[in-house]
Design a protein around this ligand. Structure first.
Ligand code: URA
Length: 487
């Protein structure tokens, strides 16, 4: 048995170096023991790595991307599992494309869990202000499920470049001083500061931007895992959490920036970057001008959504896209296979038909906001294929939280339900498409809403296809004209 000792829990470079040498020497996965220790020792002690017996080989980029995520997973077997897949890819470059393969499935599930953990860290880290020898420092406590802290440090550096901050976690702490990122060993909750005045600012800010009529405390508490509540001052105002998170962060950057005095060229560069951020913060914090920040915060939270069980098998949340001042919001049913992989709505066969019909109706898709009633792909695995499965009432209801938030932010003059699922979501009840087509209605939230068929219906109808397509184009033309009239 060969023992490979990696330097850290997330030592991707060490794993790659060792795995490559082992695969070239044809060492079977069962003959390798992967461990983590303070000192990297690829083939330590008296062990000899057999010489290479195989020609060098390259691996597809998706495997490298997968490995970079999976090494951060908490599963102790991760290095061995990745090495087993590497050996298969060495022998068959397409090995990873078999989505039904249990090893590929397991590794992809692990990658997804790491991605979700990272989204949670982006969305739920909350800083408190403290004074230390260098002045103001923002300090946050966070408990990730996986070894993601080092991997995610860049996100916080980019987001809070001109702010001195520390993120403390049980395994590893990271610190940014506006120039350098440093690390220290893990901390405990008691090392992190508790409440301070900035929390009042945050709470007031949340209270002022949110419409109390829309408070949904039950839904909110469901969305935010309890694990994170104790770190978040806003849980006192739990219903108001989502909108404006980015604006609040920018406000914090501005507070921090105003206390930094540039000394070197680098400081100046950072200060200028801070100016831009601060100007953006000002715009974002003006009443009504906070849409982009709020939408980005909403997106970050939706990426970590676990409101119903569909998030498990799906690859990712597919959120809405388009300009936030769109005059038309199109609502489909749920992402399909291609949308699930790409992370964008209506790009597969139904999306292509939809684009064609929009073009013929004189509606430019890029000026509209396109989203779905349900944000995760629901499917039945059949061999290597994933067959679309209709979302049920509880899934539509669980996902209504997101579409409600999208509608509050965008306030489209005209919304269009594409098919029965979208109509059920928007009207809060089952409706008959045929009876509602061709005229405006009031959705449950009062917005003007039109109903037409779903583009995939046109792909399914065998006879009358041309006739149904022409009717769909006519519906879209009438909707486009109505939106123009309201604009
Ligand atoms: N069907 C939908 O309803 N939405 C998509 O995004 C794709 C197909």
């Amino acid at each position: 048995m060969l023992v490979v000792r990696l330097e850290a829990e997330d030592d991707l470079d060490g794993w790659r170096e060792a795995a490559r040498a082992l695969a070239l020497a044809d060492v079977p996965p069962s003959q390798v023991d992967w461990a983590v220790g303070a000192i990297r020792s690829l083939f330590g002690g008296a062990q000899q790595l057999p010489p290479p017996t195989r020609p060098t080989f390259s691996v597809p980029k998706p495997f490298l991307d997968l490995a970079a995520l999976v090494v951060c997973h908490r599963e102790p077997e991760r290095f061995g599992l990745l090495y087993a897949l590497l050996c298969r890819i060495r022998d068959n470059r397409q090995a990873m494309e078999d989505r039904a393969d249990p090893l590929v499935q397991r590794l992809e599930r692990m990658a997804k869990e790491v991605r979700r953990d990272a989204h949670k860290m982006h969305a739920f880290v909350r800083f408190r202000e403290v004074e230390d020898d260098g002045g103001v420092r923002m300090v946050a406590w966070f408990e990730p499920d996986n070894h993601i802290v080092r991997r995610e440090a860049g996100f916080f550096v980019r987001r809070f470049a001109v702010m001195r901050w520390s993120i403390l976690t049980p395994e590893l702490c990271i610190h940014w001083d506006c120039e350098r990122l440093t690390e220290s060993p893990g901390a405990t909750r008691a090392d992190a500061p508790d409440g301070d005045p900035i929390e009042e600012t945050w709470k007031t800010y949340y209270a002022s931007i949110f419409n109390p009529a829309r408070l949904k405390i039950k839904a909110m508490t469901k969305e935010m895992p309890k694990k994170y509540w104790k770190n978040m001052p806003e849980t006192a105002l739990v219903g108001e959490l989502i909108a404006g998170a980015r604006g609040r962060e920018l406000e914090m950057v501005e507070r921090s920036r105003s206390k930094a005095i540039p000394e070197s060229g680098r400081d100046l560069e950072l200060a200028l970057a801070g100016e831009a951020e601060a100007r953006q913060a000002e715009r974002a914090l003006q009443p009504g001008g906070n849409m982009l920040g709020a939408w980005e915060a909403l997106l970050a939270d939706a990426k970590a959504c676990t409101r119903c069980s569909l998030y498990g098998p799906a690859t990712q949340t597919v959120f809405g896209e388009g300009p936030l001042d769109a005059h038309i919001m199109f609502v489909g049913e749920q992402p399909g296979d291609q949308e699930d992989l790409a992370g964008r709505p209506f790009i597969g066969p139904a999306g292509q038909l939809f684009n064609r019909a929009l073009g013929e109706a004189g509606v430019d898709r890029s000026t509209t906001y396109v989203t779905n009633a349900v944000k995760h792909f629901k499917f039945e695995p059949r061999g290597k294929r994933r067959i679309h499965s209709k979302p049920g009432g509880p899934e539509i209801d669980a996902c209504r939280w997101w579409i409600d938030q999208e509608r509050v932010l965008i306030k489209p003059p005209v919304t269009v339900a594409l098919g029965a699922t979208a109509a059920r979501s928007l009207f809060g009840k089952t409706v008959t498409i045929g009876a509602m087509r061709g005229k405006p209605h009031r959705a449950a939230d009062g917005g003007e809403t039109w109903v037409t068929v779903h583009p995939s219906f046109l792909l399914r109808v065998q006879d009358r296809q041309e006739e149904e397509y022409a009717r769909f184009v006519e519906d879209l033309r009438a909707i486009g004209e109505r939106a123009k009239a309201l604009a």
